[in-house]
Design a protein around this ligand. Structure first.
Ligand code: ME8
Length: 676
């Protein structure tokens, strides 16, 4: 297998790490850990983009030199990745001499091919994006579409890269490498952009000094994107002649496989400019560019003006590093946009982690193994095996294969889905085989088989979750009495055969893997994050997610008053707009004691904390049938108490003489979305 090289974008050093940059970094860490587990040689690079006008201006605003500024600002990144247990093999800064030298080497190779020439450039420049825009790409008033800020007119002498020459070679390259960009839909966007024809690209600046000098013409500094993209090679010591840079020889194609993980915002730079530079320099392009989606926070875009950047460290402190890593990889489909929601995180923690995996380990290890087998993993008695055991074993192997396939295709969320199918199957197996009852009846032989089956599944799960939750995986192995996993090259540790758990091992049962949060603890967790007790309004503007924007009920207009008094049975739009209808996901549902009509629901309506709704639908729905459904609620109904329980909204349902159906949405609409 070819050595695997995975990179994140190098982040602009003027920001602090937030949940978006953490997402890319955790994804790269998960993939690296997975590849290593499979016995593959893997290398993970991240780093910082430290040149350019944006950084120079940010430094100036703080009264620092750009170098002092970047030296200071790199620390939060290093610390955040360490906190999140992301373990890059290298952390590159574009101000390091090793990078400057190799970026210049790349420039020279391209210049020697005749693909760089001196010209003059004039166009609109957005400092936020560090990119030029033509008029047609701007919003009215010459506003940058990304940053919603005015762009600047810049005219200067500039070196150009002959990008136009690479229109056809790029299209040919895409044709030959159908998996170059993922997801496929984004690849189509890239191709249509290139098909329209490419303009030469300005690759140097003279209007500021904070950059890498252009070889042979130090009046110019390199365009920050030329500088930044070359980090993927310079961190390997490339470009270099064969034999001069071992890492480059080993990890860069054709001998290695290189994957760049990027957000969809910077796909064009990676899928168009970067391979064009490399084609020109006579170097191989990376194997794949994976453009993941964009994260919002509780339904809102993170932005400086809203002050709602969500930073990962406080979340890791309150919920745990592995819980945060799990949530980010589980909740968002990798190539699609997603929403970070505190309510969803807590629901997954309580449901999938605590009740699902944590409980599976605990329900057998804590009592049965200790009482019936003196704390040791039993040696199973094959004569007592039943079809239940065969089924669980085949399910375990099926799920392990499926999860690996998904990870091979960079679908971490689907891999976790497959892993949790096994968690569910094993919990159902425990429900059906009732080990505690076998213990009571003294059926020790059968019990040994049952306990072994469960704990062998737990062992497999421990391996499979380890790329996502490395510390919890070790804790789990420790409780099973196993040594830490040691990934070694050419040794595949992914579960593929049944029976890896040695009978007789002395277990070390400990604290629950994932403590469950009750309602008070959930509120306390949110309070620690600075979210006010009503769990919707942020207490401070820096850290906190804000309440999804509700459409304000419109002011009563004269027209609506007329309509109301005419009383012809119609209402105006203004009347209708007063009702705030939202999509909500049912997180839990239970019967209200002593009532045959009421169900107590906890729903995620896209807010910071779940809402409780008491609904009169118990005669029509079993509570478990509602969990996971996306229903429609009236969100601005005055809260009221029913049987002593506070109901914060109403569930919409349709009924006829046959019964009642709760209204759901047909598509995959985010919780919190407005219905109108
Ligand atoms: O673009 N959701 O740096 P940058 C998901 N220096 N991912 C997000 C995100 C969000 N809301 N916000 C940021 C740069 N990201 C250049 C890169 S590479 C040669 C140069 C992630 O600090 C995502 O990976 O603006 C995105 O592409 C990256 O951070 C942008 O980081």
């Amino acid at each position: 297998m070819k050595p695997f090289y995975v990179t994140t974008p190098i982040y602009y050093v003027n920001d602090r790490p937030h949940i978006g940059t953490a997402y890319s970094t955790i994804a790269a860490d998960v993939l690296t850990r997975y590849q290593r587990l499979r016995g593959r040689q893997a290398r993970f690079l991240t780093g910082l983009d430290e040149h350019g006008l944006k950084i120079a201006r940010a430094a100036e605003a703080q009264g620092l030199t750009p170098q002092e500024f970047t030296d200071k600002m790199q620390l939060p990144f290093r610390e955040a990745w360490q906190t999140l247990n992301c373990q890059p093999d290298d952390f590159i800064r574009t101000t390091e001499p090793r990078h400057k030298e190799r970026a210049q080497a790349l420039w020279k190779r391209i210049a020697e091919r005749g693909d760089i020439y001196l010209g003059e450039y004039e166009d609109w420049y957005c400092v936020g994006c560090e990119t030029f825009y033509t008029e047609k790409d701007l919003l009215p008033g010459n506003i940058c579409p990304q940053h919603q800020r005015p762009v600047e007119r810049i005219k200067e002498s500039s070196y150009f890269f002959r990008l136009s020459k690479y229109t056809q070679p790029l299209l040919d390259f895409y044709e030959k490498h159908p998996d170059f960009v993922k997801p496929a839909a984004r690849f189509n966007e890239v191709k249509s952009f290139v098909r329209e024809g490419l303009r030469d690209l300005s690759v140097s600046r003279t209007s500021f000094r904070w950059g890498i000098p252009v070889p042979g013409d130090p009046q110019h500094v390199m365009y920050v994107w030329f500088d930044a993209l070359s980090n993927y090679l310079s961190a390997l010591g490339g470009p270099e002649e064969p034999g001069q840079a071992p890492l480059f020889d080993n990890y860069w194609p054709p001998s290695g496989e290189a994957m760049h993980i990027v957000g969809k915002d910077i796909l064009r730079f990676h899928a168009v400019y970067w391979p064009a530079f490399l084609l020109s320099a006579g170097l191989e392009a990376p194997t794949q560019i994976w453009a993941h989606g964009w994260l919002t926070v509780n339904g809102q875009k993170m932005s400086k003006s809203l002050g709602n950047f969500l930073h990962p460290e406080p979340l890791a402190e309150v919920f745990g590093v592995d819980v945060l890593r799990y949530y980010l990889m589980r909740d968002m489909a990798f190539g699609q946009d997603g929403d970070f929601s505190h309510a969803n995180l807590m629901a997954r923690l309580n449901g999938e982690l605590a009740n699902g995996l944590g409980n599976l380990l605990n329900r057998v290890l804590a009592s049965v193994v200790q009482k019936s087998f003196a704390g040791r993993i039993p040696v199973p008695a094959p004569s007592t095996r039943t079809s239940e055991d065969d089924l669980l074993q085949s399910e375990a192997l099926r799920c392990a294969t499926a999860a690996a396939e998904q990870l091979d295709h960079v679908a971490p969320q689907r891999a976790l889905e497959a892993i949790w199918e096994l968690v569910g199957a094993a919990n159902r197996y425990v429900d059906r085989t009732e080990p505690w009852a076998l213990a009571k009846r003294g059926e020790t032989e059968r019990l040994s088989q049952v306990v072994y089956s469960v704990l062998e599944v737990v062992r497999m799960l421990g391996v499979m979750i380890s790329p996502f939750m490395p510390s919890k995986a070790e804790e789990l192995r420790h409780q099973l009495g196993l040594d830490p996993l040691m990934a070694t090259v050419s040794h595949d540790l992914w579960p593929s055969v049944w029976g890896g758990l040695p009978g007789g091992t002395l277990t070390r049962p400990g604290k629950p893997l994932f403590p469950r949060l009750d309602k008070d603890e959930e509120r306390a967790a949110l309070a620690r994050l600075g979210i006010t007790p009503d769990a919707t309004t942020p207490a401070s503007s820096d850290q906190q997610p804000a309440k999804p924007k509700a459409e304000k009920p419109k002011e009563k207009s004269k027209v609506s008053e007329t309509a109301a008094t005419e009383n012809d049975g119609t209402i105006t739009y203004e009347d209708f707009a007063k009702v705030e209808l939202r999509v909500a996901e049912v997180l839990t549902a239970e019967r209200v004691p002593k009532s045959d009509k009421l169900l107590q629901l906890s729903v995620n309506a896209g807010e910071a904390a779940p809402r409780q709704i008491i609904a009169g639908i118990a005669q029509h729905y079993a509570p478990e049938a509602l969990v996971g459904k996306r229903i429609i609620i009236v969100a601005n109904l005055k809260p009221r108490k029913l049987m002593g329980l506070l109901s914060q909204g109403m569930v919409l349902a349709a009924s006829d003489d046959q019964g009642l159906c709760v209204t759901t949405v047909a598509g995959d609409v985010k919780p919190g979305s407005i219905v109108k």
